[in-house]
Design a protein around this ligand. Structure first.
Ligand code: NAD
Ligand code: UFG
Length: 330
């Protein structure tokens, strides 16, 4: 298939590009470099030994986007492009709605106009809102606690309505849990700008000595050790989930959780990281982070049954690969 990857130089997009090329698909990347850099394109070439056509454009801008559809005939789109910092979205809600919702609207419109029938969307577990885990695709969505989450819920609704009204246009809404880790080459991985918001990139910076200590947000949750529980998934397993979703798109709207189904606490992750990598991660427990939920993990059964996809990498793999990437690159 010939596939357009929006946001393909970002963390998840770049790993998915590698998997697609390994499976002999043709990949075109568009990205505005808002949270990535051109060096990722060189690294993708090093890993795959292939040239990847790239356009530096803003997909929220129709005028910039349309020529890409005029120059190429795509079989599918995987839409990763988006702003993703939860805290920033509370401070700058309009930028988030403008960027994330317009990007989805533009891409859906051009998909239909130019006859691209398969559309895979990067959604998030955050769309479930505050509901008991394991989270399952049949649950009704609850209001999320931040504008970022709302942009994901809105994009899901826009794509669902567009697919219902425009057969054979079909969408797969992939609800990611917590991707961490990096490619085994250590050439690509997660490299956020500034001080990381997310747990794993913070841990790797502390282990490297660039940040003094990890702050654990709360040890008074109703969990095994009082710290928050999440479903961490290796980014390469997540990337492979996109290929499974593309291959098995069968109806107008397909929704899948991409997670492991296993909950891991903050302290368990820190302990695993220290043991696997033989490094220290100093930490202190502070108050809860506003908006955080105690326990979030997937029921991954539907993806296994319908897509034949399941994760294979362990927490130890995730910790080792994240550290290798940090040590060798950032
Ligand atoms: P990322 O920031 O590394 O990658 C996103 C890419 O999109 C970046 O390269 C950025 O430059 C680009 N981009 C942003 N707005 C754009 C625009 N208007 N036009 C063109 N390019 C644009 O993030 P990621 O972790 O790779 O996430 C990919 C997608 O998955 C995002 O939509 C994100 O919301 C979603 N997601 C991520 C997580 C996570 O924890 N990483 C969890 C759930 C969902
Ligand atoms: N945490 C800390 N200290 C930190 C950072 C995080 O203790 O410095 C804790 C959090 O309280 C939480 C866990 O580590 O218990 C994971 O936090 P992350 O910020 O890494 O991830 P979240 O689960 O909060 O959110 C992530 C993405 C969202 C996405 C969601 C999907 O940031 O965009 O996963 O489940 F929607």
């Amino acid at each position: 298939m010939k596939i357009l990857l929006t946001g393909g130089l970002g963390y998840i997009g770049s790993h998915t590009a590698v998997e697609l090329l390994n499976h002999h698909h043709e990949v075109i990347i568009v990205d505005n470099l808002a949270n990535s850099s051109l060096s990722v394109l060189d690294r993708l070439k090093k890993i795959t030994h292939q040239e990847i056509p790239f356009y530096q454009i803003d997909v929220a801008n129709k005028v910039e986007l349309e020529p890409v559809f005029l120059h190429h005939t795509f079989d599918a789109i995987i839409h990763f492009a988006g702003l993703k910092a939860v805290g920033e979205s509370v401070a700058k809600p309009l930028e988030y709605y403008q960027n994330n919702v317009l990007a989805t609207l533009n891409l859906a419109s051009f998909s239909i106009k130019y006859g691209v029938h398969k559309f895979v969307f990067s959604s998030s577990a955050t769309v479930y809102g505050d509901q008991p885990s394991p989270l399952i695709e049949t649950m009704e969505l609850k209001t999320t606690t931040n504008p970022y989450g709302e942009t994901k819920a809105m994009s899901e609704r826009i794509l669902t309505d567009a697919a219902k009204a425009n057969p054979p246009f079909s969408v797969s809404l992939l609800r990611y849990f917590n991707p961490i880790g990096a490619h085994e080459s250590a050439l690509i991985g997660e490299n956020p700008n500034g001080i990381p918001n997310n747990l794993m990139p913070y841990i790797t910076k502390v282990a490297k000595g660039e940040l003094k200590e990890l702050q654990i947000y709360g040890q008074d949750y109703p969990t095994i050790d009082g710290t928050g529980i999440r479903d961490y998934i290796h980014v390469v397993d997540l990337a492979k989930g996109h290929i499974a979703a593309l291959n098995k798109m069968k109806s107008a709207v397909n929704i899948y959780n991409l997670g492991t189904g296993k909950g891991v606490s903050v302290l368990e992750l820190v302990t695993a990281f220290q043991n696997v990598n033989h490094v220290r991660v100093p930490y202190k427990v502070v108050g809860r982070r506003p908006g955080d939920l105690a326990i979030v993990y997937a029921d991954p059964g539907k993806a296994k049954r319908e897509l034949g996809w399941e994760t294979s990498k362990t927490i130890e793999d995730m910790c080792r690969d994240a550290w290798n990437f940090e040590k060798q690159n950032v």
